[in-house]
Design a protein around this ligand. Structure first.
Ligand code: ADP
Length: 637
C-alpha cells in the first residue's frame, strides 16, 4: 500500500485500468469456457446419439433376419406333428445336456428339420425342446452348463410373463468358453395357437471386426462401443470381448456420464426385441480440450487487449497527470518561497487543465502582489515604530529634565515654607502657620505627582528593570507594618496582617512589590472611613501566590473595575481629597506587577469594600515549581 501511494499518478492509472480490464477479460473467459464446454458436450451427444441409434438398428436388422430363419424352421408341419406326438420323449433333460436320443420321435424330428439347416447352423448347439423343456433332438456340440441355465430361465420367463405364443425371443448375453459371449434365440413351434415345442439356437455375440473403427471414422470422435444386458450385467466391448463395468454412472444436467479411468460422455440405445443395451462413450476430457483450445486462443487476444488497454490508459494518465505534476511543482515552489514561479505554457491550453493552470497563475500573481504590499506595510510600520520610540525617548528625556527642573524650585519653596514656619524670619501667627502647612502639603503632592509621572514614563520607555529573586512573603508583609500602621491608626482604622506560611515565597523584585503593596494599602486607608478595617491575607496555589489587600471602605461599582486601572482615572472628586491622589497609582501598580510576570485584579462592591489581589509566581521550594520557571522569572525585565 505504501509503495502504491508513492507511485506516480500516470502509472497508478495505467495499472488500475489494466487490472480492471484483466479482471473483466478473465471473468468473461471463465464464463465462455463454461458455456463452451456445455455446448461441446451437447454437440458431442448430438453426434454420437444418431450413430448409436444406427448401430442399434443394424443389430436389430440382424436379429430380424435370425427371427425369419427360425420362424421358417418352426413352421415345418412335419416338425409340428412330430412334437405333438412327443409324449413318448425320454426323460433326457436339458440340464443333462443330452445328445439326441434315439427312437421314433427324434428320427421324425431329425428328418423334418435337418434338410432346412445350413452347415454353420449347427456349429453351435441347436436344440428341439418339448413344452416342458426336455430335449427332443440336439445338433452341434454339447450345451455348456451356463448356456443351459440361461435357456431354462428364458423358458420359465416365457411361461410366467405373458408372451405372444409365436414370438421369437432372445436371452440376455452370458459368457461361454474363452472371452466369448453367447445368447439363445428361442422360436416356438405353434400348433392350434399354442406352443407345442421350441427350437433353441445358441448364437455368439459379435459383429464385423472393424465396426469400432468404422464408427470412429463415421463420427470423427474417439469413441468406444459397448453392449450389456438391460439388468446391467455382462459388459462387452463391441464387437466382442469382455469389458469392465463403469465405476460410477451419473446423470447430470442433460446427459449420462460414466466414470472409468476418466470421465466419459455416454449415450445408450436399447436394441429392440432383445434384452440388450448398446452404449457409446467418448472421453469428456477430449470435449473439454476443444473448449479449452478455443479459450486459450481467446486468451491470447485478451492479453493483447490488456496490453493495448494498459498503453492507452498510460497515455491518458500521462496527459492528465503531467499537468498535475507540474502544477504540484509550481505550488511547492511557491510554498517554499519562490513566488515568481508560474505553470508556463500549460496555462495556454483550452481544456480544464489549461483553465486550472491559468487560475493558479493568477492566484500566484495575487499572492506575490499582496506579499510585496505586506512587506511594504511592515517596513512602514517599522519606520513608524522607530519614530514612536524616538518620540517616547524624547518625551522621557523631557520629563526627566522637567522633573529635575521642577523639583529644585519646589524643594526651595518647601524649604522656605519650613524656615518661615520655624519663625526664622520673625514670629508667625496661627493662620500663617496653617497656610504654611497647606503650602507644604501642596508641595509634597506636587513632588509625588512629578515622581509618579516620571515613574510611568520610565515604565513606558522600558527603562525599568526588575531584579527578580525569591521573596519570603511573611517577611515582606511584616516589613510593611511600621510603614503603614501609624497612618491607619491616625485615621482610626483597624489594620491587620494575617499570618503567612514562613516558607512561602514569590518570585519578585522586592522593592517593586513593596511599592505596589504600599500603594494598595494607602488607597485602602484613603477610601475607608473611620472605624473601618484593612486586612492583608495571602494564599497559595500550585504555581501561584495571591496577596489580598481587603478593606471595608466605600467600594467601587462594577462598571469602573476596568477603568480604575487606566491613567489619571479617579473616583468622584467629592468623595476623596483631591490633594491625596492623581489617578496614576493603580496604573503604575498593575504595570509593575505585570512586569514581574504577575497580575493585579480587583473585586469590589459599593458600600461593602474592595479586595485588590496581587498574583505572582511561586518562588518557594514547592515541588510544583520547576527550576525552569524560576529561571524564566529571573529573566523578566
Ligand atoms: P488615586 O491617586 O486617585 O488614588 P489610583 O490610581 O490609586 O488613583 O486610584 C484610582 C481610583 O480608584 C481612585 O480615584 C478611587 O476612585 C478608586 N480606588 C482605588 N483604590 C480604592 C479602594 N481601596 N476603595 C475604593 N476605591 C478605590
Amino acid at each position: 500500500m505504501g509503495r502504491w501511494s508513492t507511485l506516480p499518478l500516470e502509472r497508478r492509472l495505467a495499472l488500475m485500468m489494466s487490472g480492471v480490464l484483466a479482471a473483466i477479460l478473465v471473468t468473461s473467459l471463465a464464463l465462455t469456457y463454461g458455456t463452451l464446454t456445455r455446448a461441446v458436450e451437447l454437440g458431442t451427444r448430438e453426434r454420437i446419439g444418431p450413430a448409436a441409434r444406427q448401430v442399434a438398428a443394424t443389430a436389430e436388422g440382424a436379429i430380424r433376419q435370425r427371427e425369419q430363419v427360425m420362424r421358417g424352421w418352426a413352421a415345418s408341419p412335419a416338425l409340428r406333428s412330430a412334437l405333438v406326438e412327443s409324449g413318448s420323449i425320454s426323460d433326457s433333460t436339458l440340464a443333462a445336456g443330452a445328445r439326441a436320443p434315439g427312437g421314433m420321435v427324434s428320427a421324425r424330428l431329425h428328418s423334418a428339420l435337418a434338410p432346412q439347416l445350413a452347415e454353420n447352423d449347427t456349429a453351435l448347439p441347436l436344440l428341439v425342446l418339448d413344452t416342458r423343456g426336455r430335449v427332443a433332438l440336439a445338433f452341434g456340440p454339447d450345451t455348456e452348463v451356463t448356456s443351459g441355465q440361461t435357456l431354462r430361465a428364458e423358458l420359465e420367463r416365457r411361461i410366467s410373463v405373458e408372451t405372444a405364443p409365436d414370438s421369437v425371443t432372445f436371452t440376455p448375453m452370458h459368457p461361454g468358453s474363452g472371452d466369448r459371449y453367447y445368447f439363445w434365440a428361442l422360436a416356438p413351434v405353434v400348433g392350434r395357437g399354442e406352443p407345442v415345442g421350441y427350437i433353441a439356437q445358441l448364437r455368439r455375440v459379435g459383429g464385423p471386426a472393424g465396426a469400432q473403427a468404422q464408427l470412429q471414422d463415421l463420427i470423427g470422435e474417439q469413441v468406444t462401443m459397448y453392449m450389456h444386458n438391460v439388468d446391467g450385467s455382462f459388459w462387452i466391448a463391441a464387437p466382442s470381448g469382455p469389458a469392465a463395468v463403469p465405476s460410477r454412472r451419473e446423470v447430470r444436467g442433460r446427459g449420462l456420464f460414466h466414470d472409468r479411468d476418466e470421465r466419459m460422455i455416454a449415450v445408450t440405445e436399447e436394441v429392440r426385441g432383445t434384452p440388450w443395451v448398446l452404449v457409446i462413450e467418448t472421453p469428456l476430457g477430449i470435449a473439454h480440450a476443444r473448449a479449452w483450445d478455443t479459450v486459450l486462443r481467446m486468451s491470447a487476444v485478451s492479453l493483447l487487449l490488456v496490453l493495448i488497454g494498459a498503453a492507452v490508459s498510460w497515455a491518458i494518465g500521462r496527459r492528465i497527470a503531467a499537468p498535475l505534476a507540474s502544477l504540484t511543482a509550481a505550488a511547492e515552489a511557491i510554498g517554499s518561497g519562490d513566488y515568481g514561479r508560474r505553470t508556463g505554457e500549460m496555462a495556454t491550453r483550452q481544456d480544464e487543465v489549461g483553465k486550472l493552470s491559468a487560475m493558479f497563475d493568477r492566484m500566484a500573481a495575487e499572492v506575490e502582489a499582496s506579499r510585496a504590499e505586506l512587506r511594504e506595510q511592515i517596513a512602514r510600520a517599522e519606520q513608524a515604530r522607530e519614530q514612536a520610540e524616538r518620540a517616547n525617548r524624547a518625551k522621557g528625556d523631557f520629563l526627566a529634565v522637567m522633573s529635575h527642573e521642577l523639583r529644585t524650585p519646589l524643594n526651595a519653596i518647601g524649604g522656605y515654607a519650613q524656615l518661615l514656619g520655624m519663625g526664622v524670619y520673625g514670629p508667625v501667627t496661627t493662620e500663617q502657620q496653617d497656610a504654611l502647612a497647606r503650602l507644604s502639603r501642596s508641595k509634597a503632592h506636587l513632588l509625588r505627582l512629578i515622581d509618579e509621572v516620571l515613574n510611568l514614563a520610565r515604565i513606558d520607555a522600558g527603562e525599568i528593570s526588575f531584579r527578580m529573586e525569591r521573596v519570603a512573603v511573611a517577611e515582606l508583609l511584616e516589613g510593611l507594618e511600621p510603614l503603614v500602621a501609624p497612618q491607619m491608626i491616625s485615621r482610626g482604622i483597624c489594620f491587620e496582617i494575617a499570618d503567612a506560611d514562613p516558607s512561602l515565597a514569590v518570585m519578585a523584585d522586592v522593592e517593586k512589590l513593596q511599592q505596589v503593596l504600599l500603594n494598595l494599602l494607602s488607597n485602602a486607608s484613603k477610601y475607608t472611613p473611620e472605624r473601618g478595617a484593612v486586612r492583608i491575607t495571602c494564599d497559595a496555589g500550585q504555581h501561584h501566590v495571591r496577596i489580598h489587600v481587603a478593606d471595608t471602605g466605600i467600594g467601587i461599582p462594577a462598571e469602573r473595575h476596568a477603568s480604575i486601572f487606566e491613567r489619571f482615572v479617579q473616583g468622584e472628586r467629592s468623595l476623596n481629597r483631591p490633594a491625596d491622589g492623581v489617578g496614576l497609582g493603580l496604573t503604575i501598580s498593575r504595570d509593575l506587577t505585570r512586569g514581574m510576570g504577575g497580575d493585579l485584579t480587583v473585586e469590589s462592591e459599593p458600600g461593602k469594600g474592595s479586595v485588590f489581589t496581587v498574583t505572582l509566581a511561586r518562588g518557594d521550594d514547592s515541588p510544583h515549581v520547576s527550576a525552569e520557571r524560576a529561571m524564566a522569572g529571573e529573566e523578566v525585565r
